[in-house]
Design a protein around this ligand. Structure first.
Ligand code: IVH
Length: 684
């Protein structure tokens, strides 16, 4: 055990060092030591304080983890009242404010303003006595707040002891406690995992966390603080302006807004407002406007106050991003990939600068979790250009069957069992949040997407059937499903925009050409969810024919290498939908054909373990087909050449990959040699 005097000295040293690292990490965002090192010092201090309880001080970093729960928060009278700000929304109101200031100061000169973001958190006041944080309180009614000192000690970027010097014996530092957007998202993810209630927004999360009687809970919540002013003690500071005051606070260890500035007149104010407006989405915390303060403190004093707000400052607010409104109905929308999204139809409400009538509810689980029902009053949020969403319901306002708060008038939301667009079954894969229409090829909402995919190079490879043409064909009602493509004539096509006689002929020929295909391409072209090119190939190879795949159940499908329960379920759901089977029948009737795939136990894997790179245009094989053949033989096709490449297959106009191969001494072969390899394997 060290001698008490030695222990006292070491404890003081550790406190100072830990707080220095803390400040570097949480205020300057520039960590100075690894976490493990910090923990070691922290434990050493904890150990000393346990041995010598008299060494424990109010400003010890060990106090940041929270203490014994309180029964209630004691009231705290502020040394200087905490005022509020008047609001401006329009430029004209800002100009009027500037004019009032100049009139009040009887000056015709341009006035300088200290400008800063308006943090969307909770106002608090921190009292430091002789440089040590001794008391922190909420704003309350402005005169008396609630003392939440143990909770505020847990806020990592609040200094427990002031840095530097020159601070008065007693000072109240004013600012805002908030939660960073990223911390909020992490906290909510944690709440969700544990099945605890999620918070509607960072502000509510910060408020809920700060008002915990158990400071250990607050300690587990990632709160942050920003200083924006001083209450009691301001007179004792040798500063002339608000911006100097902020510099001083920063030097004492307080986090202050990096965006703060000094501007001239209403012109400068409005410019700053616009700038912060653009920065807003990328700021790490929520703000609800900007604050303009006359920079000169003597002028502030001269202007004074009207009732409870200063004449020298004003908040210029962004339009509110959240508003209350009523749910008139809940519809579902079908996306281009068949995703079914529940959407709340709302009583029109002005929010985020526009009138909102619909808001997304994301998916079935979200609606259940939030328990949104018809008739509910809800918080709607629209931030920037994002799609408006329902944040939460207001449970107290839920309409009930009787006047006594009995049963809710409306039942919980249920997702429809069939797609509202096409009547196909709605299915939700294992572990998937999103339900989908299984009508794939048939569903009008998915029509364009299904056709683009069907015609894609790696699918049916219909050259000339691009997005624009598909859009026109669908919009004109000429094509509903892939089977309709095979009925198109040169005359019909030539009538489309940007389509000449020649291109129409070429397109009809390309469509015709696609009738001869492979089973793997056809399976891929169907656009079955979770079935990519490789899976399509595996299915073709394993089953050898289409009927086998259609007839297979989930069990049978999982016998295919790399097909798990999720993929198997998607395949079954797709073929269970009679609309899809109908379209496949139509396609076959239109003359689609292929030579059935290889049987399951296809020949030896002649290229097993070999890596090939394809480059340039091969004389007869399409790149995708060559790739498929190599893969079918157990080989791998890589995108770039390295020393590990076994062969580079070069066609016409091969470029840098060929050069690289020559440079590294990798064997270069042509298509004929590739075909030989595929037949005979590598002769070592
Ligand atoms: S200065 C005399 N500056 O806005 C009043 N307030 O509506 C001094 N707020 O409760 C306030 N960011 O909590 C000031 N940069 C900022 C602010 C800010 C947010 C809050 C403050 C106050 C409310 C006033």
């Amino acid at each position: 055990m060290p001698a008490p005097a030695v222990a006292a000295e070491r404890a003081a040293e550790l406190r100072a060092e830990l707080e220095r690292h803390n400040h570097a990490y949480y205020v300057l965002d520039a960590p100075t030591i690894p976490d493990a090192e910090y923990d070691k010092l922290f434990r050493e201090l904890q150990g000393l304080e346990a041995e010598f309880p008299e060494l424990l001080t109010a400003d010890s970093p060990t106090q940041r983890v929270g203490g014994a729960p309180l029964k209630e928060f004691p009231p705290r009278r502020h040394g200087v009242p905490m005022l509020s700000l008047n609001n401006a929304f329009e430029p004209a109101e800002v100009e009027a404010f500037d004019k009032r200031v100049r009139d009040g100061l009887e000056t015709i000169a341009t006035v300088d303003y200290a400008v800063e973001p308006k943090f969307d958190g909770l106002a608090i006041s921190l009292t430091y006595e002789n440089g040590v944080f001794t008391c922190g309180a909420t704003r309350g009614d402005g005169v008396t707040g609630e003392e939440v000192t143990p909770n505020l000690r847990t806020v990592r970027n609040i200094p427990l002891r002031l840095h530097g010097e020159g601070w008065p014996a007693l000072i109240e530092v004013r600012g805002e406690v908030l939660m960073f957007k990223a911390d909020f998202a992490e906290l909510n993810a944690r709440q969700r995992e544990r099945g605890d209630k999620e918070f509607a927004n960072p502000r509510n999360a910060a408020a809920g966390s700060l008002r915990q009687l158990d400071s250990k809970i607050t300690a587990s919540r990632p709160l942050s603080f920003f200083a924006y002013g001083v209450g009691a003690g301001a007179d004792a500071l040798a500063v002339r302006t608000h911006s100097e005051l902020m510099d001083k606070l920063a030097a004492w260890g307080f986090p202050v807004a990096a965006e703060r500035a000094v501007v001239s007149g209403s012109h400068g104010q409005l410019e700053f407002f616009a700038k912060i407006g653009t920065l807003r989405p990328s700021l790490p915390y929520d703000i609800d406007g900007v604050v303009y303060k006359v920079n000169r403190l003597d002028w502030q004093a001269q202007l004074g106050f009207v009732s409870r707000a200063p004449r020298f400052a004003i908040a210029h607010k962004f339009p509110a991003e959240e508003a209350l409104t009523e749910v008139l109905g809940i519809d579902v929308q079908v996306g281009r990939t068949g995703a079914i999204t529940p959407v709340a139809r709302l009583k029109p409400v002005f929010v985020g600068g526009v009138t909102v009538t619909n808001a997304t509810l994301h998916n079935e689980d979200e609606v259940r979790r939030k328990d949104v029902r018809v008739g509910d009053t809800v918080i709607v949020r629209r931030a920037g250009d994002v799609i408006p969403e329902v944040v939460a319901i207001v449970p107290e306002k839920r309409p009930t069957r009787d006047l006594f708060g009995g049963e809710p008038l409306h039942p919980p939301f249920e997702l429809p069992k069939v797609c509202p667009e096409c009547g196909s079954a709605v299915a939700r894969g294992i572990d998937e949040a999103i339900a989908r229409c299984t009508g794939g090829l048939y569903c009008p909402a998915q029509r364009k997407q299904a056709l683009w995919h069907y015609a894609a190079r790696r699918a049916m490879d219909i050259e000339g059937l691009g997005d624009k043409i598909v859009d026109q064909l669908v919009d004109a009602g000429l094509v509903h499903t892939p089977a309709d493509l095979y009925k198109l004539t040169v005359e019909t096509l030539a009538g489309l925009d940007r389509m000449g006689e020649k291109s129409a002929q070429n397109l009809v020929a390309a469509i015709d050409h696609s009738r001869q295909t492979t089973l793997a391409r056809f399976i891929f072209a169907l656009g079955i969810r979770n079935v990519g090119e490789a899976t399509a190939r595996d299915l073709a190879r394993y089953f050898g024919n289409l009927d086998g795949i259609i007839a297979a159940d989930i069990e049978a499908l999982q016998q295919v290498p790399d097909v798990g329960p999720i993929v198997a379920a998607s395949i079954v759901a797709f073929f269970n939908e009679s609309h899809n089977r109908e379209i496949i029948a139509q396609l076959l009737a239109a003359g689609l054909h292929w030579t059935d795939g290889e049987p399951a136990d296809a020949g030896p894997k002649l290229l097993a373990g070999k890596t090939l790179v394809l480059t340039g245009t091969l004389p007869t094989l399409k790149r995708d087909d060559a790739k498929a053949m190599v893969e079918a033989a157990g080989g791998k096709v890589a995108g770039s050449v390295s020393k590990k490449t076994d062969f580079v297959v070069a066609g016409e106009e091969a470029g840098s990959k060929l050069e690289k191969a020559l440079e590294l001494g990798v064997p270069v072969i042509d298509e004929a040699e590739l075909l030989k390899l595929l037949e005979k394997g590598v002769q070592e």
